[in-house]
Ligand binder design. Structure first.
Ligand SMILES: C[S@@+](CC[C@H](N)C(=O)[O-])C[C@H]1O[C@@H](n2cnc3c(N)ncnc32)[C@H](O)[C@@H]1O
Length: 255
């Protein structure tokens, strides 16, 4: 659903690892074959080559230390003699939390309490409907629902574990409802305020969706990520440690 013309991050990462391995193996074979008897040294060399390749491929900077440490950690972990089930379990857990992040480019991180209070202050003094697109574990929704018991709050989430967590968290909170699904298939027509905390990647597409579906007067509030090329109607600076900014738009009333 997300349009981005750069190489997908997992493909870049795989390429960096493979090229790193080829360069490291080539160097050791040519210069000092006896090093093959010391896997950790070869792994450190592979990690350095992979990190350099990642840098050359212009991957985001936080990928480089991951490449540097990956193969050395694999070599060290293999000495622990852990059952493969632990690795499978850890993989399944990460998958259930981060789901299709390589495609959506939206990982899980959470809005804080001060942000919930700032968004609640943007709501009109009448009952209204709010949706959190990609509601994570539902903590933001539940805080909002408690701050404004007269309004109704919906969340939509497609990562299985955060969704389940959100469902459980909102049990007994009558004005809070969480559904499992893809935000791109959710109509925005019925909401007075649409809240998002995604990433820079989906913002242009989200803007088109909001313009097509939101009703006049409907407020789009994006935590941290502005819509490129469009002036927000208002920017709210939340006084918190991460200096959260809320970009507020009226998509149906533009122009
Ligand atoms: C940064 S978290 C924000 C969580 C919550 N809104 C908050 O502010 O605390 C973004 C969430 O969006 C979810 N997400 C990303 N793409 C999605 C999609 N296409 N449909 C549903 N959820 C999605 C992710 O799984 C993640 O839980």
């Amino acid at each position: 659903m997300v349009s981005d013309h750069s190489m997908p991050p997992l493909r870049t990462a795989l390429l960096a690892q493979l090229l790193g391995a080829l360069i490291a193996i080539g160097l050791v074979a040519l210069l000092y074959p006896a090093l093959f008897g010391q896997p950790i040294v070869v792994a450190v060399l592979q990690g350095s080559c992979a990190a350099f390749t990642s840098y050359k491929l212009e991957a985001p900077p936080w990928w480089h230390p991951i490449h540097l440490g990956f193969m050395p950690l694999v070599v060290e972990a293999s000495k622990l003699d852990l059952s493969p089930g632990w690795y499978l379990g850890a993989f399944a857990l990460l998958l259930a939390v981060y789901w299709r992040v390589a495609q959506s480019r939206v990982p899980l991180y959470l809005s804080n309490e001060k942000t919930a209070a700032a968004v609640a202050a943007l709501l009109p003094n009448r009952n209204c409907r709010v949706i959190d697109l990609g509601c994570g574990n539902g903590t933001f929704l539940r805080k909002m629902a408690r701050l404004r018991p007269d309004c109704s709050f919906c969340g939509i989430e497609y990562a299985p574990l955060p969704w389940l967590w959100a469902r459980l968290l909102c049990i007994g909170v009558g004005n809070c409802h969480v559904t499992y699904g893809n935000l791109w298939h959710q109509s925005l027509a019925d909401f007075d305020l649409v809240y998002t905390f995604l990433s820079p990647v989906p913002m242009p597409e989200l803007w088109s969706k909001a313009c097509a579906e939101m009703r006049p007067g409907g407020l789009l509030v994006s935590n941290t990520f502005a819509v490129p090329g469009h002036e927000p109607m208002q920017v709210v600076d939340v006084v918190d440690r991460r200096a959260t900014r809320l970009y507020c738009y009226l998509p149906a009333d533009r122009g």
